[in-house]
Design a protein around this ligand. Structure first.
Ligand code: BG6
Length: 439
């Protein structure tokens, strides 16, 4: 029997994502003991009510019998996030394969409290795995400390750092698109690609997360992790295999070569703040935190050096959408020139959300009257049937239970991303007020 222990069992992430994902996986993972752990005192029955409400809110029409059975697999333990609190868990006779999921406010102190508590109560052994949520540190230094501390107690192969963007279906589909179709591989480089855009836009503001967000901003909240991961995933070389090791090596090779497109911060970076941000709860009235950022980078390798990659992420934009757009160069020898018609670039457009599709723009129409080439679009709506679309947390948890780390992030990736982001933030520090545009 396996055991899943969720720290932060009454928190938002658990309620909005994890219970629903665990319920969806229940058929595959029924032989599981599940324990929720949090500070609030509650009976098993009260806690199961929370799980039930979450599943009913976030799963479309859950089967009531299945839900009842699922609820019976949950127990609840309350305690503080330290060795005294975790001593309560030790009394639950946990044996065998155990997954500790830390869905708690991040930061070294709380992680230390839980991990030291587990260690002191002899709850860590070769069969244990630990899952850590973002933000993984607030800069290079703090991320390094967290890595070193967790690695004292768990081997790297037992540590699962989640970036839920990597677990989105359309991001995973890129592995197939790029590496199962030999027609794309030879042209996936600066000889054929003109530029790449990665856009993560959200229509909502920061909701009630001002306390965290005002210290973080768009660059730390979205670009350091999700956007850089999308960039690394879209440009990494073909991995030697689909193993976690090969995929991590592929992404690492990109992350260590990311540089700003131009030395001048003002040319390579732009930042903005949405109207009304300063009135959000817990936000400082004179805050200069960015809620929108756009960074133009290059990957400093022979294959990519000439290709500008623009990463943009913002809150309160016109709509919620995540897109990766690969713009190919035009024909070097343009036989259509002088006909008064412009042949357009080929484009591969991956809509990670909300349309969940891949579009390929080709010039495939030849008009006999004006003798011009016109574009058409091939659309691959792999996930048009929403029932086939998996929630990222479901994908991540399935891989966790199979001990497959390929869609999780390793310690080096975290440090390389922070190293780049620390440099960016250092550059804009003296110019921040001037650079920040209202939108
Ligand atoms: C989180 C950020 O990591 O991702 C949030 O902290 C953001 O600020 C969220 O809203 C977006 O995730 P998704 O899956 O809804 O696009």
């Amino acid at each position: 029997m396996k055991t899943f222990i969720l720290f932060g069992a009454s928190g938002d992430l658990a309620r909005q994502k994890l219970y629903a994902a665990l319920f969806e996986l229940y058929a595959e993972e029924s032989d599981f003991r599940r324990i929720g752990f949090a500070r609030t005192e509650m009976t098993n029955a009260e806690f199961r009510e929370i799980v039930k409400e979450s599943v009913e809110a976030y799963v479309a029409k859950p089967d009531s019998k299945k839900l009842e059975k699922f609820l019976q697999t949950w127990e609840y333990v309350s305690g503080s996030y330290d060795s005294n609190g975790i001593a309560q868990l030790a009394q639950c006779c946990i044996v065998g394969e155990v997954f500790y999921y830390l869905s708690i406010p991040s930061g070294l102190e709380l992680i230390q409290g839980v991990v030291n508590g587990l260690a002191k109560n002899n709850l860590i052994n070769d069969g244990s795995s630990i899952v850590l949520e973002k933000p993984f540190g607030f800069d290079f230094g703090s991320a390094k400390k967290i890595n070193l501390f967790v690695q004292k107690h768990f081997k790297e192969t037992q540590i699962y750092r989640i970036d839920h963007y990597l677990a989105k279906d359309l991001v995973q589909d890129m592995l197939a698109l790029r590496f199962a179709n030999p027609i794309f591989e030879p042209i996936w480089n600066g000889k054929y690609i003109e530029k790449i855009d990665i856009d993560i836009k959200e229509d909502e503001g920061i909701r009630s997360r001002g306390q965290y967000y005002d210290k973080a901003g768009a660059i730390k909240d979205m670009i350091q992790n999700h956007a850089l991961q999308l960039l690394a995933f879209s440009t990494m070389d073909k991995p030697a295999s689909l193993s976690a090791k090969s995929i991590h090596e592929g992404k690492n090779a990109i992350l260590k070569r990311i540089k700003l497109w131009s030395e001048s911060a003002a040319e390579a970076i732009s930042i903005g703040q949405y109207d009304g941000y300063k009135n959000e709860p817990y936000v400082s009235p004179d805050s200069d935190t960015e809620t929108l950022a756009s960074i133009k980078v290059r990957i400093d390798s022979p294959k990519w050096r000439t290709v500008p990659v623009t990463i943009t992420s913002g809150k309160k934009m016109d709509k919620k959408t995540t897109d990766i757009t690969i713009h190919f160069k035009k024909n070097s020898k343009n036989i259509w020139e002088g006909r008064g018609c412009e042949v357009q670039n080929n484009i591969i457009h991956i809509n990670v959300q909300p349309d969940n599709d891949i579009r390929l723009k080709l010039n495939s129409e030849y008009d006999a009257s004006d003798k011009c080439a016109y574009p058409t679009e091939l659309r691959f709506g792999f996930r048009d049937n929403k029932m086939l679309l998996k929630e990222p947390y479901e994908n991540a948890l399935r891989d966790l239970f199979a001990h497959d780390q390929s869609i999780f992030i390793n310690s080096k990736e975290i440090l390389l991303s922070w190293k780049f982001i620390d440099g960016v933030l250092e550059k804009i520090k003296p110019l921040r007020k001037k650079m920040l545009k209202k939108y």
